[in-house]
Design a protein around this ligand. Structure first.
Ligand code: NAD
Length: 449
């Protein structure tokens, strides 16, 4: 908890926060291997093509699924909700006309205020381009994003576009979005496409037997990604510059992984990484381009060295590495490439023309790869973190730091593990339908919204 958050949770703090209408950063529910996925029932509504497969999926993972009060109970479900719902899930794929949008109000209005702490709202829609009414399906975005801004006490809201034929591909995404793994993800639109997905033998170790490469793994977000991918069963190859050798070894030892000490911008690095992965592991399944740097100055004061350094680390070398991994066949057929962008790459930021250029470029990089991978089983996606509590953000001046922390729907900074959980969801074998997506891990930051 940051200092303001501790104050806001104290007796006196609560009083002041309530009286003055100050930001109220509710402690977020995060994943715990021993805790339940949800603290209450899922209220499921709507009348589209997803309601039945989704009910079956949720029940198969042990969630208590109930129909909305007043709605006709589906066989085997309760018509009344005795407990506070932990999630409200609405299948909006049946919304074909603008007039049908009234169904959103009819479902959510009576129950939204009873949603439990850190509650989840998920609206399932059809990709607007393939919908009977584009306006009606596109409208779901404005609805969901506004709900995310209205929810209190750590609640989040997302829209998931499920393509025709992808009804069976939603499990990994629903497990992520409904659980504490998505604590700092809100106001996002996720697309799930059709095509075969691999269901893991064990959902608690979906990456068992796989190899993941994480760059910049010696600290911060990279170290958290290494830990979460290892928790999910992967052998993690942790990469960082030689100067970070001790910290890198500590992370790698902690996850029973291995290390490569290299500067990712060196011309021979892609070939050395390919050699290492092929010789020692026969290839790689998951590649996370996490290493990144900032060299901030306003454009008029930015020398070419600052520009070049950021472009090299944050983008150019990542493209070279992707090319080498694909050309050599080191990236295995079900490969996952995950880029780490930033909301600065979406919104832009003063003093960060170089950084924002590269972080927007990362989005283009994964979109291009995603098109290349389409239909092969491999995917490329990006996460775009907002304000995450790391050394990078600890160095930001106090006033800007406080603004970054509070200017989002959850009124707090995220933790490295929040970014790592989003990476793990994209790396999941059952997430093959999620390709070319950018998911912000920013608590629904106002920047670039
Ligand atoms: P960090 O500075 O703590 O860690 C970055 C790591 O990358 C370091 O270990 C560093 O040694 C390594 N690295 C840098 N240059 C390298 C090179 N040439 N070769 C190999 N390794 C190199 O940063 P962080 O806060 O953990 O951020 C991780 C990623 O998340 C970065 O891409 C960053 O831009 C992005 N991001 C962070 C935030 C945030 O709030 N912290 C927000 C948005 C995006």
């Amino acid at each position: 908890m940051d200092r303001y958050q501790s104050f806001a949770r104290s007796g006196f703090g609560r009083f002041v926060v309530g009286k003055l209408g100050l930001p109220d950063p509710y402690p977020l529910r995060r994943h715990s291997p021993t805790g339940p996925a949800l603290d209450g029932p899922v209220l499921l509504g709507g009348r589209g093509r997803l309601v039945d497969p989704v009910r079956t999926t949720l029940e198969s993972i042990g969630l208590d699924v109930v129909a909305a009060p007043g709605a006709e109970a589906a066989p085997g479900t309760a018509a009344e909700v005795s407990e506070r719902p932990a999630a409200l899930l609405f299948d909006a794929t049946g919304i074909e006309r603008v007039e049908d949008l009234r169904e959103l109000h009819a479902f959510f209005h009576p129950v939204i205020r009873s949603l439990g702490p850190c509650g989840r709202v998920v609206v399932l829609g059809t990709p607007p381009a393939s919908a009977v009414s584009r306006s009606a399906q596109r409208a779901l975005e404005g609805f969901t994003r506004s709900v995310g801004k209205e929810l209190k006490r750590g609640g989040t809201a997302q829209l998931v576009h499920v393509a025709e034929g992808a009804e069976g591909n939603v499990e990994s995404t629903l497990r992520f979005l409904l659980s504490g793994r998505s604590a700092y993800v809100s106001g996002q639109v996720v697309r799930i496409g059709a095509g075969p997905v691999e269901v893991p033998a064990d959902w608690s170790a979906p990456l068992a037997g796989e190899v993941a490469l994480v760059t910049g793994a010696s600290r911060g977000i990279g170290a958290a990604i290494a830990e979460v991918l290892s928790r999910d069963g992967a052998h993690v190859v942790c990469l960082d510059v030689p100067g970070q050798g001790d910290a890198l070894s500590a992370v790698a030892n902690g996850v029973s992984g291995s290390t490569i000490q290299l500067d990712i911008t060196a011309p021979d690095t892609p070939a050395r990484i390919v050699d290492h992965l092929v010789q020692r592991h026969g290839g790689v399944d998951v590649v996370v381009h996490n290493a990144g740097i900032t060299r901030d100055r306003t454009l008029g004061r930015m020398d070419a060295d600052r520009w070049d350094a950021v472009v090299q680390v944050n983008l150019a070398c990542q493209e070279r590495l992707n090319q080498a991994l694909v050309d050599s066949g080191a990236l295995r057929p079900r490969g996952r490439v995950v880029g780490v962008s930033s909301i600065a790459g979406i919104a832009g930021n003063v003093g960060q023309t170089n950084y924002a250029t590269t972080k927007a470029g990362v989005i283009g990089m994964v979109e291009e790869l995603a098109a290349q991978f389409d239909g092969t089983g491999a995917t490329a996606n990006a996460v775009a973190p907002g304000f995450i509590e790391t050394r990078m953000t600890a160095a930001v001046p106090l006033v800007i730091r406080e603004a970054g922390r509070r200017m989002n729907s959850l009124s707090q900074g995220g933790l490295p593990v929040d970014v790592a959980e989003a990476v793990a969801w994209l790396a999941h074998p059952a997430s093959a339908g999620v390709n070319g997506t950018v998911v912000r891990v920013c608590g629904q930051s106002l920047l670039g919204a």
